[in-house]
Design a protein around this ligand. Sequence first.
Ligand code: 6R9
Length: 659
Amino acid sequence: MTTEIESVLVENRVFPPFANLVKDANISGMEGYRALCDEAERSPLEFWGRLARENLVWDKPFATVLDESQAPFYKWFADGEMNVSANCLDRHLNTPTANKTAIIFEADDGQVEHVSYKQLHARVCEFANGIKALGYKAGQRAVIYMPMSVEAVVAMQACARLGIIHSVVFGGFSSKSLHERIVDVGAVLVITADEQVRGGKKIPLKPAVDEALTMGSCEAVSHVIVYRRTGGKVAWQEGRDLWMHDVTAKQPSTCAPVSLSGEHPLFILYTSGSTGKPKGVQHATAGFLLWSLLTMKWTFDAKDSDVYWCTADVGWVTGHTYVAYGPLAAGVTQVVFEGTPTYPDVGRFWDMIERHKVSVFYTAPTAIRSLTKAAEAAPQFHPREYDLSSLRILGSVGEPINPEAWMWYYTHVGREHCPVLDTWWQTETGAHMISPLPGVTPLKPGSCTLPLPGIAAAVVDEAGDDVERGTGGFLVMKRPWPAMVRTIWGDPERFKKSYFPPELKGYYLAGDGAQRDTDGYFWIMGRIDDVLNVSGHRLGTMEVESALVSHELVAEAAVVGRPDATTGEAIVAFVVLKRSLPEGAEAKAIAKQLRDWVSKEIGPIAKPKDIRFGENLPKTRSGKIMRRLLRVVAKGEKVTQDVSTLENPQILDQLSQSV
Ligand code: 6R9
């Protein structure tokens, strides 16, 4: 294996597209790709206008494709009217797709439920009617805090049907994070479940909602709707709490979708920024759905016969675009999985691909890396032990996929006949931006290859000028695109500052470093700001630091990322306590206490892997924490950089000691 990988790096091996895919793909061959790119280049507005007319169902056609008058607050298809849920469900009702399975739901314990498009439409309508009957309407905000389930998709779709703006909060987040988001969006409704089930364990959800709603400033929330997943015991507030099945009971199974402006906000999803609290990334109706659907057709080459499976949770953007919306708009059959890849054993993913005959599989590098390790330890669960012949396309998202993981995925899961599509995109971009296309792009392990048609990606320097091939710089988008973030909810100034800094000529700044090779291929080099990427999830160093400092024992904390073989990055926290420096068992006990604290404050994914105690932190004379040095210390390397501006260089030795 290792020699294979070295040869990939040394020879820069290229995997040309498979002939069968070139022949049948929705975008066929490099000529097909170039033709679309040229069309977009000639007239971006005609290009997007054509695609929006051809791919979406409009209640009222748009006259204006793009309104740039208030750039960077771009408006797309604003004078047109449509409904996202109608575009995902109703459009299939009078077609053969109506009776096709929309969702194959597999529960943690292996129970399987098939829901057809017709049935899903009815369930969405019943729930939409139920929340409408409670008085909720377009423009209001609902927070969804649910496990992976048909019901979560139903809740999102029902909101979209009524124009209620949803904000999904990942079920792994704590009551405190949930509270912050409820307050920030000004939620009037919370939709949750009694418990979630993962890896054979029941994990309560409703208590976190109850707790969040006691933390203040949540008076606007008048109902909590609870999906009964396990029947576990929950506290109940009469008048406020309602069972989902009671809300839908006796409701008609049709509900007229509300016609909304193409710019009507569809959802708000929180993601980490470099400073301050998480950003409420707001997306809009038409542009988001258009790009979700087109990338399903282009990147995943969605076909009527596909069984598609994206393993992402609906709590992340991938679960929005590629579970709750894109696949439904495309009319494919998709797998929705409640559980974890390692339960009841580490072959769960491969077993599910075999049983459901999955043809398009989309997951994260962190899952691939941990399953690689697991398969080596337990060869009976190695993917080679399963019939994976249904697979035709593999995708990866969330962080750079290192060539070693790429090769394993390609060789053992794809059996050398499926392209591995390394899709680069962000919460803010709405859908794929830079990605290989299965019938077009020669693959290079470790590169997300080329921008999709219509996407003006580039690598520039501090002045916004293109850098030479082979030189690193900032990844930017030179032109707006329909699925772009519209604003940061409640903070338009921060939106402008974060994404459209004046020195970059009005380009969208992605926050990633990148370089292009001589073929024009993009290689992503990671975040340029203080944002961590743990198992493909974005976390701000500030968020973790704030959580640590809010603990009574902690005076000061600095957090950095360290490369980790499984999770991509691991969190290392440098902590100054209010008391004397602890040692031995006591240090261990405090470290554990702090880890649990962060887990409670933010969620288990934010738990520092490593905590180091010191009497101080390395600071410049102007008092800035020198994270650059802490990153070196975190990796266990010797600091060779110039430390002359450091106020207290000896502190680095102390901080090198693991607890
Ligand atoms: C979809 C999603 C976005 C950040 C992004 C980048 C990293 C995502 C990547 C990738 C290299 C890929 N990232 N996909 N880096 N190659 N294929 O993950 O959204 O949670 O907002 O994270 O993730 O750093 O800027 P989000």
